[in-house]
Design a protein around this ligand. Structure first.
Ligand SMILES: Nc1ncnc2c1ncn2[C@@H]1O[C@H](COP(=O)(O)OP(=O)(O)O)[C@@H](O)[C@H]1O
Ligand SMILES: [Mg+2]
Length: 319
């Protein structure tokens, strides 16, 4: 449904998106995840045909957004980060105006607006001025707008930003329902958002792709740690644990006659065996094993690692 190839966009000297490639398959709800300033909104604006790329190409349902903009745009509904909603218009009136701009035939407009009011659950405020709506309702009016003409693809830029927990739940439920009928790409800088709403995620940082896959695949990229408290000398602990297979690194801290060791495992899959080997190595070195604790990386830690270190490492390589 979406094919992005080597997309780059600079604002003057600021490289907001750098050589970004990814795909979104039909029928998926995909999270576009990255910290603030990562380039999410810039990418989504280009996908939606509101901003030209500096280089690279984007296809929506097979249509190139630069070469066949009308074909591409008619297949998607886009909710920008800050919807340009008109405060002095009533909700129904605004959607009718938007439907006209989107070439919904006059005879069908009323029905289509009614359908989108229902779907986005804003029928109850249809005759209310947009300027009088809560942020949660305004967000849903933005979603109703994106739904006009029932496009197969919805692109939602931070649909839950600035909402209170109840409103977030409502918008998530709404997105969950829409996922049955639409392919959805939604951006967020909040990890739990992706876990709640999406089956897959595309993670970017500093304009570059850092990970893509199912939530479990991304979580699996985190490397678990084994934390041991040993009685003995630091050097002996360093020798014993450092030589144990499957360990990426060991950090040691000596306190009194105890050594606190944190071993980062090289491979999440081999966690149990690596832990047993570490304990065996400590026993062989005649270190007293006081405690052993394993710590699986949380999705938060993986996200922090991915968006901090890898982006930094990559930009060093690139520059
Ligand atoms: N119109 C603009 N002019 C100049 N720089 C911009 C503009 N829009 C965004 N940027 C910069 O591009 C980078 C990416 O911004 P943006 O795409 O809004 O990121 P995100 O949506 O992930 O927070 C940021 O460094 C931002 O300051
Ligand atoms: Mg943004």
């Amino acid at each position: 449904m979406i094919e992005v190839e080597h997309l780059s966009k600079s604002y003057g000297a600021v490289a907001a998106v750098r050589d970004l490639s990814f795909q979104v398959e039909k029928g998926q709800v995909v999270g576009f995840l990255g910290p603030n300033g990562a380039g999410k909104s810039t990418t989504l604006r280009i996908l939606a045909g509101f901003l030209g790329a500096s280089s690279g190409r984007v296809r929506i349902a097979g249509f190139d957004v630069a070469e066949e903009p009308h074909e591409a745009r008619s297949r998607l509904g886009y909710m920008p980060e800050t919807s340009p909603l008109y405060p002095e218009m009533k909700v129904r009136e605004y959607l009718a105006f938007r439907a006209e701009l989107k070439d919904v035939p006059r005879a069908q407009r009323k029905l289509e607006v009614g359908r989108c009011l229902e779907l986005a659950r804003v029928s109850d405020v249809a005759e209310v001025l947009i300027g009088h709506l809560s942020k949660g309702y305004r967000q849903r009016v933005g979603i109703a707008d994106a739904l006009l003409r029932s496009p197969p693809l919805l692109i939602l830029d931070e649909p839950t930003a600035g909402l209170d927990p109840n409103q977030i739940r409502e918008v998530r439920a709404l997105i969950g329902g829409l996922g049955a009928e639409h392919t959805i790409l939604l951006s967020t800088h909040i990890l739990s958002e992706v876990e709640a709403s999406c089956s897959r995620a595309i993670v970017i940082a500093k304009g570059q792709l850092v990970a893509t896959g199912s939530i479990d695949e991304i979580r699996g990229r985190g490397r678990p740690e084994v934390r041991l408290v040993l009685r003995g000398a630091r050097d002996a602990a360093a020798r014993a644990l450092g030589a144990s297979p499957g360990i990426a690194s060991v950090a040691l801290e000596e306190r009194g006659d105890l050594v606190y060791a944190t071993a980062t495992l090289a491979d999440a899959e081999q966690g149990d065996e690596a832990t047993e080997r570490l304990v065996a190595a400590a026993v062989r070195a005649k270190l007293g094993v006081r405690s052993v604790m394993t710590h699986a990386a949380t999705l938060e830690e993986v996200f922090a690692d991915l968006t901090r270190e890898e982006a930094a490492a990559r930009s060093e390589v690139a520059s």
